[in-house]
Design a protein around this ligand. Structure first.
Ligand code: SAM
Length: 206
C-alpha cells in the first residue's frame, strides 16, 4: 500500500473521522475498560492519533506508529497543543516495527487490518511485541457485513480507498484466531460502516 495515499488524506482525516464519531467514542470507551494506569500501549496505524490521545490519561505510556509522515506530523501538533507528554508518535511501517520483544501490555490495531495486503504476516509479526498476558485489540470495519456495507464498500473502492479484505463479524474472528490468538471478547459497534471490537490474547502454542 502506498504511503502517498495516506499522506494526501492526512489533512482531512479528522473531518473524515467525524462521520464515525459515535462508533469511535464507543471503541475508546471499550478500550479504556481493558486498560489500567500502569500499562504501556502500542497503537499501530494510528493515523492522526485520535485514539491514543483519548487514552492518554488512562495508561502510563503510549507509543503510536504510522507509515505516513503527514499523519504523524498532525498527531504531533495535537499533543503539543494539548500538552500531552506520555505519547510518542513514530513513523514506522507496520511490517517492520523496531521494538524489543514483550514491550507492550496492550497493542491496538484500529481499522488497519482490512487495508493490508499481508494481514496474516502482520498479525504473526506483532505477537513478539506483546507481553505474556498482553491484549491485542483490533476494532475493524466490517465491509462484508450486510448488503448496505457491501454497497458502501464498493463505492469507497471506486473512489480509490485501498480495501484489501472485506470482513464480516465471523470471518474477522476466524482470521485473527487462525493467526494464533485466543478470542477474549468481541462487541458489535453500530455505525454507517459497523465495526467489530475484538480483544484477543496470544495463543501459547503459536
Ligand atoms: C483507516 S486509517 C486508521 C487510523 C486510526 N487507527 C483510526 O482508527 O482512526 C489507516 C491508517 O493506517 C496507516 N497505514 C496503512 N498501511 C500501513 C502500514 N503498512 N504501516 C503503517 N501504517 C499504515 C495509514 O497511514 C492510516 O493512517
Amino acid at each position: 500500500m502506498e504511503t502517498n495515499y495516506w499522506d494526501k488524506k492526512a489533512s482531512d482525516y479528522d473531518n473524515h473521522l467525524k462521520k464515525s464519531k459515535n462508533s469511535y467514542s464507543k471503541i475508546i470507551e471499550l478500550i479504556i475498560k481493558e486498560s489500567n494506569k500502569a500499562q504501556t500501549l502500542l497503537d499501530i496505524g494510528t493515523g492522526t492519533g485520535e485514539i491514543p490521545i483519548a487514552l492518554a490519561d488512562s495508561v502510563e505510556k503510549i507509543v503510536a506508529t504510522d507509515f505516513s509522515q503527514e499523519m504523524v506530523n498532525i498527531a504531533n501538533l495535537k499533543i503539543e497543543r494539548l500538552h500531552i507528554n506520555n505519547i510518542s508518535f513514530q513513523v514506522q511501517d507496520c511490517y517492520n516495527l523496531s521494538f524489543n520483544d514483550e514491550m507492550f501490555d496492550i497493542i491496538i490495531v484500529s481499522n488497519l487490518l482490512h487495508l493490508l495486503d499481508r494481514p496474516e504476516q502482520f498479525l504473526n509479526s506483532i505477537k513478539r511485541l506483546l507481553k505474556k498476558n498482553g491484549k491485542l485489540i483490533v476494532p475493524t470495519f466490517l465491509h462484508n457485513e450486510s448488503i448496505k456495507t457491501k454497497i458502501i464498500s464498493k463505492i469507497m473502492e471506486i473512489k480509490g480507498h485501498p480495501i484489501n479484505t472485506r470482513f464480516d463479524s465471523k470471518s474477522l474472528i476466524k482470521f485473527i484466531s487462525a493467526c494464533g490468538y485466543n478470542l477474549e471478547k468481541s462487541a458489535f459497534v453500530e455505525g454507517i460502516m459497523p465495526m467489530l471490537f475484538v480483544v484477543v490474547t496470544k495463543n501459547d502454542n503459536s
